[in-house]
Ligand binder design. Sequence first.
Ligand code: FES
Length: 85
Amino acid sequence: MEPETGFTIVDMALKHGVEWGFSCLRGTCSRCRCQVVEGAEHLSAPTDEELDNLGDEEIEEGFRLGCQATVRSAGAVTIVHKPYF
Ligand code: FES
């Protein structure tokens, strides 16, 4: 199977029928917030929107915005949807 790169986490969830809350798709509402359990090295670096909306501690703990983080390379990635509410 070809690696699926260039898609955001929300794109991947929608594509594969995984329920994943989101709203703005612009990195402002945080409804798509999630935590990377493994494979962070396969994702894009945090965007300005993520840096603005997630705290430093959250970034360090692997939290991302699913509409911003993009899969960049092939490999196992495990991410859990963890919205604030
Ligand atoms: S959908 Fe709003 S921040 Fe991702």
